[in-house]
Write a protein that binds this ligand. Structure first.
Ligand SMILES: Nc1ncnc2c1ncn2[C@@H]1O[C@H](COP(=O)(O)OP(=O)(O)OP(=O)(O)O)[C@@H](O)[C@H]1O
Length: 263
């Protein structure tokens, strides 16, 4: 579903991400953990198309969505398709490729930003409507599905989002992304500013979404509980590059996980 190959991203002339390689298969829940300032948000924004790649490529659902101008045209993507052929079908080119965030949303990416970014003066229902990708024609069924997953949003349809707790706002942000019926959900620190008991609920909700809706999930986190409970495969990022990949055995070990977190 998602293949990231030697990705590099800079702010101006300052390199932030270098040589990032990540693969996520259809239906997986994959984590990326790391301490403050190591590049987690930069990575999620680059996947969503809010930042451009200056090295490497991102392939989503078999199509190149980011390719730096000098991305190696002889390399192959996860489908085995050489980049120059991917270019011919709307992917990479020698000038680089950058599919916009709007277009990535239409193609099936859902994004839940750090800090949630709900519109505080709009109601729950109005916030959910904002999640509809342009021209997507989201059905009412999709909204009812969101209310089924998050009954608290149903109860508070007419409440201003800014008056709700951090956990409820996080549910709203997840619901807003689900309105677009995404194939891939990208979450940037879903536990931030949410009280621990609600973090557990949100972790269970995300598992249910993955299981029942077959939605692939990629999240970044520095919360030990979320990393240990939500995923069986987690990358560790430090100083802008992937430094480790942990499977189920090592994820069970508090010490192995804590090494990469500020706990
Ligand atoms: N708009 C920006 N312009 C310049 N540098 C930035 C910008 N945004 C972030 N940075 C820098 O890029 C680096 C990575 O930041 P990023 O927000 O991706 O890290 P993070 O791992 O998500 O951190 P946190 O856990 O604190 O959110 C940091 O050194 C940060 O100061």
């Amino acid at each position: 579903m998602l293949s990231i190959d030697s990705l590099g991203v800079s702010y101006g002339k300052t390199p932030i991400l270098r040589d990032v390689d990540i693969d996520v298969a259809n239906g997986e829940i994959v984590g990326i953990m790391g301490k403050n300032g190591v590049g987690k948000t930069t990575l999620v924004k680059a996947i969503m198309g809010l930042l451009e790649a200056d090295e490497g490529r991102i392939v989503f659902d078999g199509e190149v969505v980011s390719a730096a101008p000098d991305a190696d045209p002889s390399s192959t993507d996860s489908t085995g398709l050489p980049a120059r052929f991917a270019a011919a079908i709307g992917g990479g080119s020698k000038d680089g490729t950058h599919v916009s965030a709007d277009e990535r949303a239409r193609r099936g990416m859902g994004y839940i930003p750090q800090g949630r970014d709900v519109f505080p003066e709009l109601t729950v229902e109005e916030n959910l409507r904002m999640g509809e990708p342009i021209n997507s024609g989201t059905s009412e069924f999709q909204y009812e599905l969101v209310y089924d997953y998050f009954p608290i949003l149903d109860e508070r349809r007419d409440q201003e989002a800014g008056t709700m707790s951090g956990g409820q706002q996080q549910m709203l942000a997840i619901g807003r992304a689900l309105v677009g019926n995404p194939d891939l959900l990208l979450l940037d620190e879903p536990s931030e500013g949410v009280q621990p008991s609600i973090v557990q609920n949100i972790t269970r909700d995300l598992e249910r979404v993955n299981d029942e809706l077959d939605t692939t999930i990629l999240f970044v986190e520095q919360n030990l509980h979320v990393v240990q409970n939500l995923t069986e495969r987690c990358y560790a990022i430090d100083k802008g590059t992937i430094v480790d990949e942990l499977g189920p055995d090592r994820l069970e070990s508090r010490d192995a996980v804590a090494e990469y977190l500020a706990v």
